[in-house]
Design a protein around this ligand. Structure first.
Ligand SMILES: Cc1ncc(C[n+]2csc(CCOP(=O)(O)OP(=O)(O)O)c2C)c(N)n1
Ligand code: SF4
Ligand SMILES: [Mg+2]
Length: 293
């Protein structure tokens, strides 16, 4: 059981919906067996168990097979441009802090073209959940190496094997100061439901890396099954150094909640500034006057 520090309380009338009620009319067009099916099913359950009304939920993505995610959810959705899920999600959250905002996408979308946005969402601590379906490849464009592909990966587009050292998404997030970091596996749906729920309940930016194999271009099911296991029971998710130690282990892909901490969110910070600016004698003229000589 994953506990949250101070569960978020959204201001909405709880909905009484089943996971099926969160399915849109569109049937996923992913290849049979794609890991993203498991992620989507876990997501339906996670939002149903939190009783989130469909009109309070927004799912935002960039481009990729996994980027189709919002289309399959009965909620507001935004299928944006490649790598831009986080700025879009940030904009939605800042304009409507009362909404539950989730960004979803792939390893390429997140850590290749979208990488410039990740540390900024982390440091701002925007109150959104980012679900990254990591299949260690570009699925949509037929199997090119991604930033999480292992060294030496031989595919059609890299016939002699890749040479770059992969990015370790959790290590990167932890080193950047992320306030919530976890890892799940599409083949372990029960744990994934709890993990996604805990991420969404966290007040601040949460990154969920989900091992989600691409059966068509890079089938890592057996490999992920062999090398993944839950974090040890004595791991303290308030201990960043312990989280970093487990994230650095590349021989074992640990699953579960690595790290969580409470700190002010971006929308809270801005709301406070807005309130400050509304005070008498605190308009832009008075403030700018301070700096004019
Ligand atoms: C600006 C731009 N550059 C490149 C592309 C081509 N493109 C589409 S999806 C993609 C990679 C997707 O990989 P990933 O994010 O891992 O998603 P997956 O398909 O594996 O779920 C690329 C390079 C694009 N659509 N837009
Ligand atoms: S190409 Fe890969 S990532 Fe895309 S739908 Fe098929 S199995 Fe999934
Ligand atoms: Mg991918």
């Amino acid at each position: 059981m994953i506990t949250t520090l101070e569960p978020i309380t959204y201001k909405f009338e709880p909905a009484n919906l089943s996971p099926n009620d969160y399915k849109s009319d569109l049937h996923p067009i992913w290849c049979p067996g794609c890991g993203d099916f498991g992620v989507l099913a876990s997501f339906y359950k996670a939002v149903a168990e939190q009783h989130i009304p469909t009109e309070q939920l927004v799912v935002v993505s960039g481009i990729g097979c996994s980027g189709r995610f919002p289309a399959f959810v009965n909620a507001y959705g935004l299928h944006g441009t490649h790598g831009r899920a986080l700025p879009l999600a940030t904009g939605v959250k800042m304009a409507h802090p009362e909404l539950v905002v989730v960004a979803a996408g792939g390893d390429g979308d997140a850590f290749s073209i979208g990488m410039g946005h990740v540390p900024h969402a982390i440091r701002r601590n925007v109150d959104i959940t980012y679900i990254v379906m990591d299949n260690e490849i570009y699925g949509l464009t037929k199997g090119q190496a991604s930033p999480t592909s292992p060294v030496g990966m031989e595919r059609k587009a890299s016939p002699y094997g890749t040479v770059e050292t992969p990015i370790n998404p959790l290590l990167f997030a932890l080193a950047s100061g992320a306030s919530w970091v976890g890892r799940g596996f599409s083949s372990r749906p029960k744990e994934l439901v709890d993990l996604v729920k805990a991420a969404m309940q966290h007040k601040g930016f949460s990154l969920v890396q989900v091992l989600s194999p691409c059966v068509t271009f890079y089938d890592t099911y057996d490999h992920f099954k062999q090398i993944s296991k839950p974090l040890p029971a004595d791991h303290n998710p308030r201990d960043r150094m312990s989280a970093i130690k487990y994230a650095m282990d590349e021989a074992t892909l640990y699953l579960g909640l690595f790290y969580q901490e409470e700190r002010p969110t971006y929308d809270e910070g801005y709301a406070a500034k807005r309130a400050q600016a509304a005070k008498p004698n605190y308009g832009i003229k008075e403030i700018m006057g301070k700096y004019m000589r």
